[in-house]
Ligand binder design. Structure first.
Ligand code: KG4
Ligand code: ZN
Length: 479
């Protein structure tokens, strides 16, 4: 009653009013306590004959304002309203009280009406606000995905299998002068970008942060410092929103973009993931329970090889697009560069593994030798021959992985998928071998948050247990 009096003054309920409210069969009251002391309360009323719930009152003691208690009380009332089958929730708030209005707005309430002279004896108007409970609770969960494993800060939002938003901020330009991603710079850039990327993603999806049902985040593999920024942000969001959190494997998530494009993932499938950070061949029998790492690079990633060779050839960073461009005018057969781990002796231990460092050295030697002999090299020929060697190995091993495991489809992922020759050779050889080739839209091939959200949504929809908040990050992967 003390809190009631302090909060509502002249409008305060009497003790007997309060008592009849509490015992009425159609009301639900929640109380916030600290120790033995009541520090806040709120109540809801729902008549059996109505599909609407009404917020009856909410009050927080003076000394505990601004600490999130009002929000917590409201959230638990909304949960009760949902459980009781309400379709919407209504409340009135004093027109001269902007703070509670903002709180209700952030919970999804919108003003629908104004009642003149509602609060007496002050004669203050009431704003009537309404929350549509059916909006955010369509059967498919809304999942927010956060990706910060390398140099892309990505936040994606999906609802079930449907893509709602995919916003990316890249720190690539900041790494250009170093010729490769600098982990500390990447981590700092994530920190700086996250807030605005999140805001834009919510805007694109046309939802409030309170509509999010679960948070998913990449926790590996990737750069540890960069991963920690995303994981920290995801944990903070999950705690603040009181929603479950899912730690997601970055590589498997690359495959999950296919669900956003086709509604479901056809399995089994082989995935060839090629970017500046990874070169992996996965065999996916079940995206949540049965993913096998068939092979990966034992040294440089495919994109990294493009970047390093571009440097040797005096081309800009990132090297992939530059080499692709130069190669157009070149002869892919001009120089016979080595195909890493492709000899018969490699077929035992390294059948599906890749190696690009020998190829990179071979290009460097070729350029040095020409310089020593005073010859000028043909950059287009070197670029085309190098590109051919990379593409040949990637596609050969991927197609073999399909054929040898009886898998009729191949999905590509990662930034190197932009490579024109890779797409061409993969298409031709898959067709020849009767393998269906899936190349997702390029915005979904490069690192992004939508792929994380997509895999997270699969976890939510199949009832996978969420993670505890104590999970960490890992830079390399153990399947
Ligand atoms: O997936 P992604 O954007 O993210 C990181 O791994 O950071 O991949 C970037 C990589 C870079 O190494 C870049 O050189 C390579 O993808 N890349 C290409 C092409 N476009 C980008 N590699 C070959 N050909 C391309 N056209
Ligand atoms: Zn990736």
């Amino acid at each position: 009653m003390q809190i009631e009096k302090a909060c509502f003054g002249n409008d305060a309920w009497s003790k007997s009013n309060m008592k009849s409210e509490l015992v009425a069969p159609h009301t639900t009251y929640v109380v916030a306590e600290q120790g033995d002391e009541v520090i806040g309360y709120a109540g809801l009323s729902k008549l059996a004959t109505s599909t609407s719930s009404d917020i009856q009152t909410i009050a927080v003691s003076d000394s505990h304002r601004g600490s999130g208690i009002g929000r917590a009380l409201m959230q638990s009332l909304l949960e009760f309203a949902r459980e009781q089958g309400a379709k919407d929730v209504l409340l009135e708030v004093r027109e001269d009280k902007p703070t509670p209005q903002a709180l209700y707005g952030s919970l999804g309430f919108v003003a629908i009406d104004r009642r003149e002279n509602y609060y007496q004896p002050d004669g203050v108007a009431a704003i009537v606000m309404r929350l549509d409970l059916e909006l955010g609770t369509s059967s498919a969960p809304i999942v927010l995905g956060i990706e910060t494993s390398c140099d892309e800060t990505g936040i994606g939002i999906v609802q079930g299998n449907k893509l709602l938003a995919n916003v990316i901020s890249s720190s690539m330009d900041q790494h250009a002068r170093f010729g490769g991603v600098v982990p500390e710079i990447a981590a700092r850039a994530h920190l700086e970008a996250l807030d605005s990327v999140l805001t834009q993603a919510l805007k694109d999806a046309n939802i409030s942060i309170y509509d999010v049902d679960a948070v998913a985040v990449t926790n590996g593999p990737g750069l540890a410092g960069a991963l920690m920024v995303g994981v920290g942000a995801a944990k903070a969001l999950a705690v603040a929103l009181n929603k479950p959190i899912y730690a997601v494997n970055h590589l498997v998530a690359h495959v999950a973009v296919d669900i956003l494009e086709r509604g479901k993932l056809e399995t089994p499938t082989v995935a060839l993931l090629v970017s500046g950070g990874h070169t992996s061949l996965l065999l996916v029998r079940d995206i949540l329970n049965d993913v096998e790492l068939l092979g990966e690079t034992v040294d440089d990633a495919a994109g990294e090889a493009f970047d390093k060779v571009a440097r040797v050839l005096g081309l800009a960073y990132p090297g992939g697009p530059e080499i692709d461009k130069a190669a157009k005018q070149g002869d892919p057969k001009a120089i016979k560069f080595p195909r890493g781990l492709s000899l018969p002796k490699d077929m035992d231990q390294n059948r599906y593994n890749f190696s690009f460092s020998g190829l990179k050295t071979a290009v460097a030697r070729h350029v040095e030798r020409a310089e020593l002999q005073g010859e000028t090299i043909s950059v287009p020929d070197v670029a085309a021959s190098f590109r051919e060697a990379v593409v040949d190995v990637l596609v050969t091993k991927a197609v073999n992985a399909c054929l040898e495991n009886n898998v009729p489809r191949l999905i590509l992922g990662g930034g190197v998928v932009a490579n024109a020759r890779l797409r061409e050779v993969a298409a031709a050889r898959c067709e020849e071998a009767g393998i269906e080739l899936r190349i997702p839209a390029f915005s979904l091939c490069t690192d992004n948050g939508a792929m994380i959200a997509s895999l997270g949504a699969q976890m939510v929809m199949t009832g996978v247990k969420p993670n505890n908040l104590d999970f960490g990050v890992y830079s390399t992967i153990a399947f």
